[in-house]
Write a protein that binds this ligand. Structure first.
Ligand SMILES: [Zn+2]
Length: 135
């Protein structure tokens, strides 16, 4: 599967993408209130603290919503048809949007467990994607 995008890496997201290079999911966690910040930001949306640490989380989660695409809306992703974009709640509570790959797409459904996998983009970034667990 071809990756869909090349990330735009900013000062706020660099820590996340640096973790991805080592196949680690690193999220900002507020040093004050201990809540995860996702998407990454300079200030905690919960308590306004600017202090945070990067915390590695496991790449396991549950599909809470998804859509299957059967039409390429751009010729560059034609080879990916059909593909799934899913909203995944990681076990740590963070919700991430990604693709489900290397899985029987007929088995994709809300409540299904997923496990992280990785794909390289054209710029050698590692992109977190997911596949159904136990397939
Ligand atoms: Zn906070």
């Amino acid at each position: 599967m071809k990756t869909f995008f090349t990330p735009l890496i900013s000062n706020d997201t660099k820590g996340f993408w640096d973790g991805c290079k080592s196949h680690k999911l690193l999220f900002q966690k507020c040093d004050n209130c201990q809540k995860f910040r996702w998407p990454a930001s300079i200030v905690c949306p919960n308590c306004s603290s600017m202090k945070f640490s990067y915390v590695e989380v496991a790449g396991s989660g549950t599909i809470i919503s998804y859509v299957k695409y059967f039409r390429a809306f751009h010729s560059s992703i034609k080879e990916n048809i059909p593909y799934v974009v899913a909203v995944i709640e990681l076990n740590c509570g963070v919700t991430i949007i990604s693709n489900i790959v290397d899985s029987d797409l007929d088995n994709v459904d809300c409540g299904k467990k997923v496990q992280i996998d990785w794909r390289s983009d054209k710029d050698k970034n590692e992109i977190p994607i997911f596949k159904l667990k136990d397939e």
